[in-house]
Write a protein that binds this ligand. Sequence first.
Ligand SMILES: O=C(O)CCC(=O)C(=O)O
Length: 242
Amino acid sequence: MKNDGLTANQLKEYNEKGYLAPIDILSSEEVKKIRVEIESIEKKWPDQINGLNRNNIHYYSPIFDQIVHNSKIVDVVENFIGHNILSARTVLFLKEPENKGFISWHQDGIYQGWKPYNSITAWLAITDVNEENGCMKMWPGSHKDNFKKHKDTFDEDNLLTRGQTIENVPAKDIIPIILKPGQLSIHHPMTVHGSGPNLSKSRRIGFAIQSYIGTNVEQILGKTYVQQVRGKDDFKYHEHTP
Ligand SMILES: O=C(O)CCC(=O)C(=O)O
């Protein structure tokens, strides 16, 4: 799928299913540089991108900052949330080889505290991402049905903080999001999704911008730090970081 402006069918697909993938963004050379950057950060500061430190790598790594501001990604996002765009936090989702870590079924928007739901999560594959290594899986159309009850399980292999999960997700409807390095998937804040463990012998790495939000979006649960990505912020609801 080429990202030279989304087609009417792609726009329709996102609106109907609550996600869109794959979208070509980075070349293999660009992806190689990101792998080198991750490995060099890990060498210099071994605990820097573990656990909670997987958050907001774009604040200290220029390469990740460039991804957040990548015009191809922002062009895609603009189709859905308008021209005045902020980025909130980012997460480097790194699953080590043969690791039990998984992400239970959830909707991003329920905990983000943003209203209106004018936001979108963008997830960039840094490695091949497939069913064996724990790709994301989506429940198409689930974004149309409001928020669902999340049960806290505190499962130790669950990479979500409270192991929160939606029960009774219909297995027959689930679609795996298979991506090549440099490809993007995007999803709506109410789309139910999750991901399985990495059963392969290599790392599975994805970089999620969680999320891009329209400047008209307010925070009702806590505080959001943002960067201006495109357009201007006439609302000034959030604290801007450099
Ligand atoms: O990387 C994963 O496996 C899941 C990521 C996710 O749930 C998200 O970006 O919303």
